[in-house]
Design a protein around this ligand. Structure first.
Ligand SMILES: Nc1ncnc2c1ncn2[C@@H]1O[C@H](COP(=O)(O)OP(=O)(O)OP(=O)(O)O)[C@@H](O)[C@H]1O
Ligand SMILES: C[C@H](N)[C@H](N)CCCCCC(=O)O
Ligand SMILES: [Mg+2]
Length: 211
């Protein structure tokens, strides 16, 4: 079985898709966003297609494509769709698979189930994307605690933003988790700048092992 990794985050809009694109590109893998809420503008899958530099066919189709850019449970209700956990089984592909959630861990898929419940069923190693900016210590440690409470393997933290040495170290120490690396804010953000920043910012030997 090839490597399969779940990319989650401490919140929505923190850079999971950009990180996922960089990682999928570096690993020459596949990308899968099972639940996309919000179809105006570029979807996460389209962004990854643009930024990852992968061959055609490496971005797998979403299972649920919901129109409104809301929490998936609500977006689904508005579209008259019911998100079923049973439809979210992880595809088998012949190269590393990068799977992106939507928002943070406790984001509901329906009125009974949140992303973290699905991750607990999958039992795949998770990378937690976390901002470096103020407020991240609390968000990140809460997310780590939620993963631990469900015995979900945590490969480590991917920081996103400018270096905040003490903040990052504090999270590593209190959380008892490895820091995998840091992706700085990129301007411009292109397939080339992303690839270079991923190579500079991450050492990937530790990702596959989990806790
Ligand atoms: N390292 C980065 N450098 C520059 N811009 C970035 C970086 N990471 C994220 N961004 C920008 O921040 C915004 C949010 O990032 P992104 O879409 O990756 O968040 P997300 O965590 O995947 O959100 P969602 O919960 O909607 O999936 C986007 O406009 C993206 O281009
Ligand atoms: C629309 C957005 N970009 C994501 N697709 C979904 C984020 C859901 C967040 C829900 C919440 O935590 O309040
Ligand atoms: Mg995203």
């Amino acid at each position: 079985m090839t490597l399969r990794l779940v990319i989650t985050g401490t919140d929505t809009g923190i850079g999971k898709t950009v990180f996922s694109a960089g990682l999928a590109g570096l690993l020459d893998g596949f990308y899968w966003k099972p639940v996309q809420s919000g179809l105006d503008g570029e979807t996460d899958s389209e962004i990854v297609g643009r930024l990852a530099g992968l061959p055609m066919g490496r971005v797998l189709p979403e299972v649920y494509r919901l129109r409104k850019p809301l929490s998936p449970h609500r977006s689904a209700e508005i579209d008259g769709v019911s998100i079923e956990a049973a439809d979210l089984s992880v595809p088998c592909v012949p190269a590393p698979l990068i799977i992106e959630g939507a928002g943070g861990l406790m984001v509901p898929l329906n009125r009974r189930t949140s992303f973290i419940d699905i991750f607990a069923q999958w039992r795949l190693p998770v990378i937690l994307c976390a901002r470096t900016a103020l407020g991240t210590i609390n968000h990140t440690l809460l997310s780590i605690e939620a993963l631990r409470a469900r015995s979900i393997p945590l490969a480590g933290i991917a920081f996103i933003g400018d270096e905040m040495a003490d903040t990052q170290q504090t999270i590593v120490e209190f959380g008892g988790v490895p820091q995998l690396g840091r992706l700085p804010h990129l301007d411009p953000l292109t397939d080339k700048t992303l690839r270079d920043a991923m190579i500079a910012g991450f050492g990937f030997a530790s990702i596959a092992g989990g806790e």
